[in-house]
Write a protein that binds this ligand. Structure first.
Ligand code: KIV
Ligand code: ZN
Length: 560
């Protein structure tokens, strides 16, 4: 922001709630959820959903487990009206789902809303009007507090009088003092109590009082104070369901809702992935999965979040950001080497699904929301040795010796750095093979066979070309690899020592391939080691291939 603009803005005042209880509380159960995804007019999609898209999204919301779904603002447009009619006519509303309809406190709109409800079994009629000083002054032309309260009361009375128009519909009433978080607290309570006086809720027939943070002007702790004060002050608390409706203008809609729940609210309104006007409504997906991650059942099923995301993106035309909590493409991906190592260790240690989740850097097990481990470790220039070895093992069955991880990791990460991008698993495998496996660039091993073998000694013959010249060498040793080392040294290629060897097989016994890893050092500088890898159907030949690969790499790298 421009320095000179700062003086335009004023600090927002916290509320003076000295004995606040919410900071010491813990969330132990889920709220009642209400999805407002289908409030198209207010959710401000650049291209509004048509009826078919709304039906598809409605079905998805039902499948997730929402029992209260706002189906729109039927008096606002024909699409919204006809959408509710379609749900009724096609019997798409399950018996245990209550649909919610939104309406401003204006007579023609309320009457039209009741027309849309015919045939609905259970509905929440949601009435709202703005109550903040800012709205009273600007939107309502300096209307008095009494005038604004009267708008709410008149709307309530009208709704009550229209109940007999839909005798077969079980109606719950909801009232929102819109812009509650920017309204004087005592005035918000006065308006809500006037509404209650005219509706007459009881503990058996509660009404919903919704406390919107219509525009998020303030910090989440202030909203929590407002909610706690409201819950403590409102009369007949046991006759009302207190509901939160936060927006995300300051990026803290989730925090405000979570603190508001600590402060005593019972119900929450929001949308999938936080869609909604401006920066969006509360992201219900995040709040529900946050609760799950603390071991709390929510009644909402996000076990296939990819499918939810697919339907959401298809119907709304919006995109879920790659960093979006839980659902973003990259959120279960570690690029950094130290993180990859820690995740791998954490995953390897998990043997029992009943043991509480504790894996570094992952708040939940991705599998629990239908995401796979595959995306967890990907390779770019920031990745570590462990990450490359992990991919080679998981995707291609190469079980590299631990001491080989740094050399392979450095090599592959260096390539990612050079290309300036992430490497695919296939590229990692092919680059690993080119650099480490069955190298032929100095010594090209053509044939290896055993001339004679006793319990103590192997006598080998090696046919090769060296820098283009064909030759046949013979060597003896206590095993095939040592016999080839011997043959090489006889030939004058003496400047190396064998340091480490390991092998394993890949595939089932009938078609298995043997993989060997050999590390050598050069006599000229024994501190520097070189790894090579051999692959062959014969274990002996794969060992010899690994030796030649290590030797070839050493010669090439030494002369670089
Ligand atoms: O944010 C808001 O105040 C609203 C009202 C209509 C409840 O969406
Ligand atoms: Zn809203």
């Amino acid at each position: 922001m421009k320095r000179s603009s700062i003086k335009k803005y004023k600090p927002f005042q916290p509320i003076n709630l000295k004995d606040r209880q919410w900071p010491n509380r813990q969330l132990t159960k889920a709220p009642i959820w209400c999805s407002v995804d289908l409030r198209d007019g207010n959710q401000a999609l650049p291209v509004p959903m048509n009826i078919a898209q709304k039906v598809e999204l409605f079905k998805q919301l039902v499948a997730i487990g929402f029992k209260e779904i706002e189906v729109g603002f039927p008096s606002a447009s024909d699409t919204e009206f006809n959408f509710l009619r379609k749900l009724v006519d096609d019997e798409l509303i399950p018996d245990d789902v209550t649909v919610q309809v939104l309406v401003q406190a204006r007579e023609p709109l309320i009457r039209r809303t009741f027309e849309s409800l015919s045939g609905v079994k259970k509905a929440i009629v949601h009435l709202y009007n703005s109550t903040s000083a800012l709205q009273r002054r600007i939107t309502f032309n300096n209307a008095s507090k009494e005038d604004i309260k009267q708008i709410a009361v008149n709307g309530t009375k009208l709704i009550k009088s229209l109940l007999n128009e839909v005798p077969d519909t079980e109606i719950t009433f909801q009232y929102s003092p819109e812009s509650f978080s920017d309204t004087e607290e005592d005035y918000a309570v006065a308006v809500c109590e006037a509404v209650m006086d005219n509706w007459g809720p009881t503990p058996d027939h509660k009404m919903i009082l919704n406390l919107p943070s219509t525009v998020e002007w303030n910090l989440p702790n202030t909203y929590a104070d407002q909610v706690e004060w409201f819950c403590r002050t409102i009369k007949n608390r046991d006759s009302v369901i207190v509901c939160l409706h936060t927006h995300n203008d300051r990026g803290t809609g989730t925090a405000a809702t979570e603190l508001g729940l600590l402060a005593g609210a019972d119900r929450v309104e929001g949308t999938l992935f936080g869609n909604g006007e401006r920066t969006g409504n509360l992201d219900l997906t995040t709040v529900a999965l946050n609760l799950n991650s603390h071991g709390i059942q929510t009644g909402l099923d996000f076990s296939n979040i990819e499918e939810v995301k697919r339907v959401y993106e298809k119907t709304t035309g919006m995109n879920v950001h790659q960093r979006h909590p839980y659902a973003g493409e990259l959120v279960f991906t570690a690029f950094s080497g130290s993180h990859q190592d820690a995740i791998k260790k954490g995953m390897d240690l998990r043997s029992d699904a009943d043991v509480k989740w504790a894996v570094p850097y992952l708040t939940i097990d991705p599998v629990d929301i239908g995401r796979s481990y595959e995306a967890i470790i990907r390779i770019n220039s920031q990745s570590g040795k462990g990450g490359v070895a992990y991919i080679l093992k998981r995707e291609f069955d190469y079980d590299l010796p631990k001491k080989m991880h740094p050399e392979v990791g450095l090599y592959i990460n260096g390539l990612a750095d050079q290309y300036g991008r992430e490497l695919s698993f296939q590229e990692i495998q092919s680059e690993f093979q080119k650099e480490f496996v069955n190298r032929k660039d100095i010594i090209n091993l053509k044939r290896y066979h055993i001339k004679k073998m006793t319990e103590e000694e192997v006598h080998s013959i090696v046919t090769l070309s060296y820098k283009g010249e064909d030759m046949e060498l013979e060597g003896k040793g206590n095993g095939p690899i040592n016999s080839v080392v011997y043959a090489m040294k006889q030939q004058g290629w003496k400047d190396f020592d064998l340091e480490q060897y390991r092998s394993h097989s890949i595939g089932n016994s009938s078609a298995s391939i043997s993989i060997s890893y050999i590390q050598i050092s050069l006599k000229s500088d024994p501190t520097i080691k070189y790894w090579g890898c051999g692959e062959h159907t014969s274990i002996r030949r794969s060992g010899v291939n690994a030796l030649i690969s290590a030797y070839n790499r050493a010669q090439i790298l030494m002369n670089k």
